[in-house]
Design a protein around this ligand. Structure first.
Ligand code: F6P
Length: 343
């Protein structure tokens, strides 16, 4: 078989190990895998290698962040001409199947192409961990690790200067990154998009904690709903998502805390640092297993599927069920762990 492979959307640690797993397993079956560069844009514009990927191209990828295939947020379904170009290039390059590694948007395109009669398989990735039908996405664990390191550093300086520091983290409209970073980093308050902002309760708790230890750490998701941030005027990406980093959530929260409590407060943003660097052991293993399983799906003709982690098993589920609805943090989980930052 001649298989095209692409990575779309925001990159995250684990993409390269997943590509490695997919290519190694496909070579084992005797198939050829061609690099489609820059996500769906590569299929629109024909940015496709003329030689298949070799073991030598992928064997060193296990510890490398980013994606050797490069990425873009291209939505060919937004423009009929682009969609026609995608279909023409699949035919021109003679692809028997397309493996798409991505989040909700990239896999949404793979799902639609499958419905249009094309043989696609999806591999879930996103640091946001917000994809339905898989317990975890790779990239998430590494990002949380970056944030924990940041929190440990912020705690040192917050303690020295008797300040509160707010760390703004990514995660889009799901609070998984903020929740896990906040729990593992021992934050004094955690703000998620799923939970309405309660400035009074947060400030009351921060004052109490400050009286005891004379510093405080708050972790805020970039997607937290704020009273006076006009999202209507904000820039949108190709899939219609607001660029959340423009909202400066961390800074807004820090200013509010300082005003309400009188305690000197600063903010920091880990931003795209969360998306770079060597993948964690968990992400390397998960990505490798998902890559292998996706190659198996292609070989067995099991298309329209996304490979997924369910418990300790890697399985194949319909892509359609994984996209469309986001996996957000259940309020009960937040309420359960709140004991860690309400004393
Ligand atoms: O979806 C991954 C993610 O890192 C989000 O957490 C964040 O909101 C967004 O991508 C940032 O996108 P970009 O890299 O295009 O600024």
């Amino acid at each position: 078989m001649k298989i095209g492979i692409l990575t779309g959307g925001g990159d995250c640690p684990g993409l390269n190990p997943a590509i490695r797993g997919f290519v190694m397993k496909s070579l084992d079956y005797g198939h050829e895998v061609y690099a489609i560069r820059e996500g769906w844009r590569g299929l629109v514009q024909g940015i496709i290698d003329d030689k298949p990927l070799t073991v030598g191209d992928v064997e060193e990828l296990i510890y490398q962040g980013g994606t050797i295939l490069r990425s873009s947020r291209t939505n060919p379904y937004k423009d009929p001409a682009q969609l026609e170009a995608v279909k023409a290039n699949i035919a021109k390059f003679g692809f028997d199947a397309i493996a798409a590694l991505g989040g909700e948007d990239t896999l949404g395109v793979a799902s639609k192409l499958y419905k249009d009669g094309y043989k696609t398989v999806g591999v879930p990735k996103t640091m946001d961990n917000d994809l339905n039908d898989t317990d975890y996405t790779f990239g998430f664990d590494t990002s949380v690790g970056v944030n924990i390191d940041a929190i440990d550093r912020l705690r040192d300086t917050a303690r020295s200067h008797m300040r509160i520091i707010v760390l703004e983290v990514m995660g889009r409209h799901a609070g998984w990154v903020a929740l896990n970073s906040g729990i593992a980093g021992g934050a004094d308050w955690i703000l998620l998009p799923e939970v309405p902002l309660d400035v009074e309760a947060m400030c009351a708790h921060l004052k109490k904690a400050y009286a005891r230890k004379r510093y405080g750490i708050v972790v805020a998701s970039e997607g937290v709903e704020l009273p006076d941030v006009g999202d209507d005027e904000k820039k949108l990406d190709a899939f219609g998502h607001v660029i959340l980093s423009d909202r400066n959530v961390g800074e807004w929260i820090a200013n509010t805390i300082e005003q309400q409590t009188g305690i000197e407060t600063r903010s920091a943003v880990t931003g795209h640092i969360q998306r770079g660097g060597s993948p964690s052991a968990f992400d390397r293993v998960l990505a490798s297993r998902l890559g292998i399983r996706a190659a198996q799906c292609v070989h067995e003709g099991d298309f329209g599927k996304m490979v997924a982690l369910k418990g300790t098993e890697v399985v194949a589920v319909p892509i359609e069920g994984a996209v469309g609805t986001l996996k957000t943090v259940p309020i009960e989980l937040y309420e359960t762990v709140k004991v860690l930052f309400s004393k």
